[in-house]
Every structure is written in structure tokens, then in C-alpha cells.
Design a protein around this ligand. Structure first.
Ligand SMILES: *Cc1c(COP(=O)(O)O)cnc(C)c1O
Length: 397
């Protein structure tokens, strides 16, 4: 069975490139060049150097002793939370800005929901001195003021999109329109393993540094280069794709991903795409998505902004369909409980997204000698207002 993308950009029946005619030249240029660029010694050298000196890689693989004792198994945390800007998202934006430069692009656009991908993009544009425009739904602009201000401080222009629900999907439409109108000088930095081919494959490869490091870190720390389990949360699916990538063909490594169930996958307040979704086209690829009978995208909900997305990358739709990865639903409450447990047993405040992966520890019993790697995708600083509201009982969870 093949788990990575085929020549036409498909993962089984999922993926592909369902784009308006006017976007074809941009996508075609990227598709024709991305692998050559990524395989060039020049790119590899620059990418590795920036990951090391700017992002702070390798991210540690930390043996969580107290958490392991609590669950009677061996838990290792892959510390993406320690990266510059606080999550795995920077791995992708550093890679894509280097690709954009090799393509001769002088202007970057991106879309953002909660603002985290917008900040990661604005950061690398400041680093490279490249003009950056971020599209954001007008509702999100008002809900995510700190990230909007961060982007502005970094020198990025934030454009509020007033159409539709004024959230992520509308921001994506804004960015696509911009790209169609600026095909020559502009690169569109997509933030997860979604979008038309080659984005899902390109972003998965850029994030695969996570499992590449895991291999030698495990070899050094446990004496073999593979774990028994890898756990990761999925919004679009990029941190999970990176954490799974080099183990996809190694069937003895069990892969578990978690979707945000919100108040429960059986309620309307959920973002558990695989649990309740059906196939369709979203963000220019065929994948699983949350829609009503008329094919209208339904509004997702999760306490975690990064998982509050009505679709999922085509690679995950495929891994789910063929059973290579197990997908579990984690509610807001289960995630918050897991976040407080990690904080008080290891002194690490996780992002709410990452807490969804940690929550598996309370759902599944692992063997005493199992090596369980949890991808800690981000830190909790950005979620402090939510944690504080919970502690002060301003929100009931
Ligand atoms: C954005 C984000 C996610 C979700 O995105 P993926 O593409 O599914 O990885 C998860 N964790 C953190 C910390 C994020 O910022």
C-alpha cells in the first residue's frame, strides 16, 4: 500500500488539484519545480541551517518520567513547543519562503484563521525582507487581536475579508483571488497539508524533519530508531504528517491521530471531520469535510483555534480510509484535563491543540515497555486566556 502522494497528486481517491483555470499557471510552476528545489544541495543547506540557528532545532525528544510513571508506560515528548514562535508551523514557513525565493518570488500571501499561521508567515517574511500580505476573516480579525498586532509589528499587511461568515474559508478565497491577480511575483504560503497538489506533499515533506529527528533521537535514547506508537493532533494535519512521515511504511509503528470533538462528535459543536464528515472538495482538493445535505460547509467548533477547521488534509482522509492510522475524537474537556495534567506533572503548559494528543493517555492503555512518542505541537502561551478563564470558572468545561 502506498501512503504518500502519486504522480497525479492523489492519495488513493483523495487529493488532486481542483482549481479555477486562472490559478493553473501558479500551481503548475510550483508543481514542476518543488521537488527539484527541495532536493537541491543549495536548498537543503539553507533549510537545515535556518532550522538549526533560527528555529532552534533539533527539538528535544524528552522522556517524561513522571507522566510515564502515572500511565505505567514510556512516554517521550517531541518538543515542537520549543521552536521559535512556539509551534511546528515555523518549519513549513521557513521551507516555503526558501522555495519562493528560488522561484524568484518577491511577495508572499497567506490566509489565516486564528492567526498562528499568519504570524509564522509574517515572521519568515521579516527574516527575509519580503513583502507579506495576510488575508483574515473580519470576524477572526476582531477575535484574534494579539496575533493581528503581532503580524503588523512584523511588518505584514493584514487584510480583513468581509464576505461569507468572515472566517477562515473566506480568508482562503481572498488569498486565492489575490494569487490569480498576481501570478508572477507572488507565492502563496499554505499553512497545512491541505490545498491543491503539490501543497499537501510539499508541506508534509517540510514537516517530516520531525520524524527524521525522532529516528536518531530514539536510536540514541532507547536503542532502536522506532517507537511503538506515535500520537499527534490533527487540524489540517501537518504536525501529524511530519511526525508520521518516516514511519508510514513501517507497519510495526502504530499511528494515532486525534480530532477535536468539541462538545462531542454527536453534537453540532464539533470539528471531528473524519468522524462525521463525507468526501467533497474543500480548499481545492478532494478530501473529507463537514457539510450539510446541500454540500454547504458547516461551521466547525473546538476550544482549540488550530483544530477548528471543517476539513482535513487528503493524506489523512486516505490513512483513515485504509486504516493505517487510528483517528480518535477528543472533547474540549478531555483536552483541557490532559493540559492541566501535563502542566502539573512535567511543568510544561501545552497548546490546547497538543493537549488533544496528550488526552489519548486517558483513553488507551499502553504496555509497560511500549515506547510512546507524543508530538507536542505547540506551547500554551497563546492559550493562557482560555486556561485562566477555566481556572476562574468564567467558562464551564
Ligand atoms: C495550527 C496548529 C495545529 C494544527 O495544525 P496541523 O496542520 O494539523 O498540525 C496543531 N498544533 C498547534 C500548536 C498549532 O498551532
Amino acid at each position: 500500500m502506498k501512503y504518500t502522494v502519486d504522480k497525479k497528486g492523489f492519495y488513493g481517491e483523495f487529493g488532486g488539484s481542483f482549481i479555477p483555470e486562472a490559478m493553473y499557471p501558479n500551481i503548475e510552476e510550483l508543481r514542476m519545480n518543488y521537488l527539484d528545489i527541495m532536493n537541491s544541495t543549495d536548498f537543503k543547506k539553507e533549510f537545515k541551517q535556518l532550522l538549526k540557528d533560527y528555529v532552534g532545532r533539533p527539538s528535544p525528544l524528552y522522556f517524561a518520567k513522571r507522566l510515564s510513571e502515572m500511565h505505567d508506560t514510556k512516554i517521550y515528548l517531541k518538543r515542537e513547543d520549543l521552536n521559535h514562535t512556539g509551534s511546528h508551523k515555523i518549519n513549513n514557513t521557513v521551507g516555503q519562503i526558501l522555495i519562493a525565493k528560488k522561484l524568484g518570488k518577491t511577495r508572499i500571501i497567506a490566509e489565516t484563521g486564528a492567526g498562528q499561521h499568519g504570524v509564522a508567515t509574517a515572521t519568515v517574511c521579516a527574516l527575509m525582507g519580503i513583502k507579506c500580505v495576510v488575508y483574515m476573516g473580519a470576524l477572526d480579525v476582531s477575535r484574534q487581536a494579539p496575533n493581528v498586532l503581532r503580524m503588523k509589528m512584523l511588518g505584514t499587511e493584514v487584510i480583513p475579508v468581509e464576505s461569507g461568515n468572515k472566517t477562515l474559508k473566506d480568508a482562503t478565497n481572498g488569498a486565492m483571488r489575490d494569487w490569480i491577480n498576481n501570478p508572477w511575483d507572488t507565492h502563496y504560503i499554505v499553512g497545512s497539508v491541505i490545498g491543491p497538489h503539490p501543497y499537501p506533499d510539499m508541506v508534509a515533506r517540510l514537516q517530516s524533519i520531525i520524524s527524521e529527528e525522532m529516528k536518531w533521537q530514539l536510536k540514541k535514547q532507547v536503542g532502536r530508531d522506532y517507537p511503538d506508537y506515535i500520537l499527534a493532533c490533527v487540524g489540517g494535519g501537518s504536525n501529524a504528517a511530519g511526525a508520521f512521515y518516516h514511519y508510514l511504511d513501517d507497519e510495526k509503528v502504530k499511528l494515532i491521530a486525534t480530532e477535536a470533538a468539541g462538545l462531542g462528535a454527536d453534537t453540532p459543536e464539533t470539528a471531528a471531520t473524519l468522524a462525521i464528515g463525507s468526501p467533497g472538495v474543500l480548499h481545492s482538493c478532494r478530501t473529507m469535510l463537514m457539510q450539510n445535505e446541500d454540500g454547504q460547509i458547516t461551521e466547525p467548533y473546538s476550544i482549540s483555534a488550530g483544530l477548528d477547521y471543517p476539513g482535513i488534509g487528503p493524506m489523512h482522509s486516505w490513512l483513515h480510509k485504509i486504516g493505517r492510522t487510528e483517528y480518535l475524537c477528543i472533547t474540549d474537556k478531555e483536552a483541557v484535563d490532559a493540559a492541566f495534567t501535563l502542566t502539573q506533572t512535567e511543568g510544561i503548559i501545552p497548546a490546547l491543540e497538543s493537549a488533544h494528543a496528550l488526552a489519548v493517555l486517558n483513553k488507551k492503555k499502553f504496555g509497560k515497555d511500549d515506547v510512546v512518542v507524543i508530538n507536542l505541537s505547540g506551547r500554551g502561551d497563546k492559550d493562557m486566556h482560555t486556561y485562566i478563564d477555566i481556572m476562574q470558572k468564567k467558562i464551564n468545561i
